[in-house]
Structure formats: C-alpha cells, structure tokens
Design a binder for this molecule. Structure first.
Ligand SMILES: *Cc1c(COP(=O)(O)O)cnc(C)c1O
Length: 262
C-alpha cells in the first residue's frame, strides 16, 4: 500500500483527536464539523484535502478566499465529472474580520460568514444579499475572553445584536463564533468556551435565530479539544494540518495545465 502523504497523516491524527474529544464529552463525532483553514495551505494541499473528504474550507482574507474559491471550485467540478472521489460540494467559510467594503466581493463565494461583529456590518451584508436575492448564513463573533486585541462583539451586547440580525430578512443567524484566550492555561480556555456555551444556550432559550441557531464555531489547532468538550460544532483548524508557515507566495497559484482538464 502506498505510504500516506504528510497531510493525510495529519488529517487522520486530527480526526482521531476530534473523535476522542467527542467520546470524552459523550458526543457523536458527526456533531463536529472540521473546517480546514487554508491560510497557510498551498493550492495543491487544498486539492488534496478535498480528495481526503474534507468539504468545509475556511479563509480569513477576502481576496485570497475569492481567488481560491474560483480555482478550487473549478478543480472540484472537473474532478467530480471525471468520477474522482470527492465531497459532492464544497462549503466556503469566511472566518476573518470582514470590512464592509469587501462584502460584495466575498458574498458570491461563501456559504457561511463566522465573523459578524457589528450592526453596520450585518446591515451591509443584508443589503447586498437582498440585491443578490439570497439569504446568507451568518454567525456572531463574540469576544468571550474579553481580551481587547480581539475582534468580536462584547458578551453583554451580543444578545441585542443577535436580535437585530433576526429582523434582517436576508440574514439567517445560525450560530456563534469565538476565539479562545491567548493562554496555555487549559482551565482558563475551558472557562471561556463554557461561557460561550452559556450564551448560546441562553439565545436558544430565547428563540434567537428562530430555531436555526445550531452552531458554536470555536476551537483552533491549539484548543479544539477544549472547545469540543464545551459543545463546539465547528472547529477551525489550520496550522496543525498545513503547517504554521504560509506556503511560498504564488507557488502553484497558476491555472492547471490544459493536459489535466481531460
Ligand atoms: C487562522 C485562524 C484559524 C486557524 O488557526 P490555527 O491555529 O492555524 O488552527 C481559526 N480561526 C480563525 C478566525 C483564524 O484566523
């Protein structure tokens, strides 16, 4: 049998750790979606991880997301036609801070926006989504750790913003997103994620999201097990899969040679 690639090894390690954390938390593994964050990935690694069955891809930079989605979606379509093993469809997740003037560029390519953190941003997305005649699934980014270098709405303001989003016809609030605190202290990390879970439960109790509130997007390479213990349904993992260093600029970003397009 062929030796597995480094990425295949990493992915199976991540999947195993997700499964173990779920078992420990008495949860089903399928309750947790792995979003592969492509920040440091080379294009060929993105294609490979699709072939390995990962259907959810996350990016934090609008330009890169738009460019990659175009390339990768085309590759995906070709691969599907030629009968390669592939997830039937790709879901693109915008996970980074979103500027209002970039909304137009990102909306056509994304399935989820994790990073709504202001009323003005929500209104901008709602307006553009209306013109596109679509409804966009969004999550509210909450600054659960209270660290001031982070984006995200303050905990105390989060329910009010969620209720405002509920009044916008072209947005569907489907969840909450948070970053863990910048610490190695596992207990502190758990405490922050537990707080997110409480806010999430409170919103559900208050019928925020009208029954569609189902995602807790939390947990990255360094803290995804703690996040799963506290109820995460989406973990966003980048460096653990693709390495911490960005792929050299431009490498492999060229279109495929035509010989590959069968
Ligand atoms: C980069 C990034 C991730 C992935 O972080 P890793 O530590 O590389 O797993 C997840 N979420 C957001 C918002 C990010 O910007």
């Amino acid at each position: 049998m062929a030796k597995r690639s480094p990425l295949a090894e990493k992915l199976s390690e991540v999947r195993e750790r997700i499964a173990n954390a779920c078992a420990k938390a008495h949860r089903e593994t399928r309750e947790v979606t792995l979003v592969a964050v492509t920040k440091t990935a080379a294009p060929e690694q993105i294609r490979e991880i699709l072939q390995l069955g990962v259907a959810d891809l996350g990016e934090s930079r609008v330009q890169v997301l738009a460019q990659r989605a175009a390339q990768i979606n085309e590759f995906h379509q070709r691969a599907l036609k030629s009968g390669e093993g592939m997830p039937p469809r790709i879901r693109w997740h915008m996970i980074g801070h979103l500027q209002r003037n970039k909304v137009k560029q990102v909306l056509p390519v994304i399935d989820f926006i994790h990073s709504i953190d202001s009323l003005r941003l929500a209104e901008e997305i709602d307006g553009i989504a209306c013109r596109m005649e679509r409804k966009v699934s969004v999550m509210l980014q909450v600054n659960a750790s209270g660290e001031d270098q982070k984006y995200g709405i303050a905990v105390g303001a989060s329910i009010h913003l969620a209720e405002q989003i509920d009044t916008m016809p072209n947005l569907q609030l489907v969840g909450l997103m948070a970053m863990g605190p910048l610490t190695q202290d596992k207990a502190e990390i758990r405490r922050v994620f537990a707080r997110m879970r409480e806010i999430f439960e409170e919103m559900k109790w208050n019928k925020v999201g009208g029954g569609h509130l189902r995602h807790l997007s939390m947990g990255m390479s360094n803290d995804f097990e703690e996040a799963i213990m506290e109820g995460a349904t989406m973990v966003r993992i980048g460096s653990l899969l693709f390495g911490a260093e960005p792929a050299p600029a431009g490498e492999g970003e060229h279109p495929e040679p035509s010989s590959q397009s069968m």
